[in-house]
Design a protein around this ligand. Structure first.
Ligand code: ADP
Ligand code: MG
Ligand code: MG
Length: 199
């Protein structure tokens, strides 16, 4: 069973990974965007861990909802509302249970990813964070490790894609050949599940 401590560890592990990889995320965003993805997410997840460390909600649902609100409040770029929606919607789907099963998390995460698609209007293959999140949501029912592998493969596969949403889409054909920053950070978020605990 996954309790609020597990979700707290997930957010902390994500913040650590984002902090470690911020330079790379910004470098990827400098190729096809405006060179702020690493700093955007570093600021956002630092704020998430700060608020969670101060006052940890006692249910997984409330914890993810608070984390999502914090991201929306602190990240100005497109990724703030998108990741914020992912966490808020996932949290909402978990309801007010004190503990959830990995299967319930997989289902809730699927709802969160669907909400990201609805908010941003992107689909699989548009070279966005969804190209890591959608395969991860599919694989999450199997295991955290499978979700991690699916997200990393999805992020790598964005290199060959042409961007159809977000800033990178302004580049048209020139967006091909570069890995999408948001898909790369989404793989960090999913990989952090394996660091937070075994499924
Ligand atoms: P901004 O583009 O506003 O500077 P960021 O650099 O923080 O924001 O985030 C860029 C990432 O957001 C992209 O690499 C992409 O993965 C994701 N993104 C942008 N627009 C969309 C969208 N409409 N749907 C899904 N993801 C998107
Ligand atoms: Mg950017
Ligand atoms: Mg920006």
């Amino acid at each position: 069973m996954l309790d609020s401590d597990f979700f707290h560890r997930w957010m902390t592990a994500t913040a650590v990974a984002v902090d470690r990889e911020a330079g790379r995320l910004t470098e990827l965003d400098s190729a096809i965007g405006d060179a702020d993805h690493g700093s955007n997410l570093r600021r956002g997840f630092a704020a998430v861990t700060a608020v969670l460390d101060e006052d940890t909600p006692q249910t997984p649902g409330a914890l993810l909802a608070l984390a999502g609100r914090q991201l929306i409040a602190t990240v100005g770029g497109a990724s703030g509302p998108l990741y914020g929606t992912l966490l808020r919607r996932t949290g909402k789907a978990l309801g007010d249970a004190a503990e959830v099963t990995p299967g319930q998390l997989a289902e809730a995460f699927g709802a969160g990813v669907a909400a990201v698609g609805k908010l941003g209007g992107a689909q699989a293959g548009d070279k966005t964070m969804l190209d890591a999140l959608l395969p991860a949501a599919q694989a999450l029912g199997e295991s955290f490790a499978a979700a991690r592998e699916a997200a990393e493969a999805g992020a790598l596969a964005t290199v060959a894609l042409r961007a159809r949403k977000g800033r990178a889409s302004y580049l048209g054909e020139r967006s091909i050949g570069h890995q999408d920053p948001g898909a790369t950070s989404a793989a960090l978020l999913v990989a952090a599940l394996t660091e937070a605990g075994a499924a």
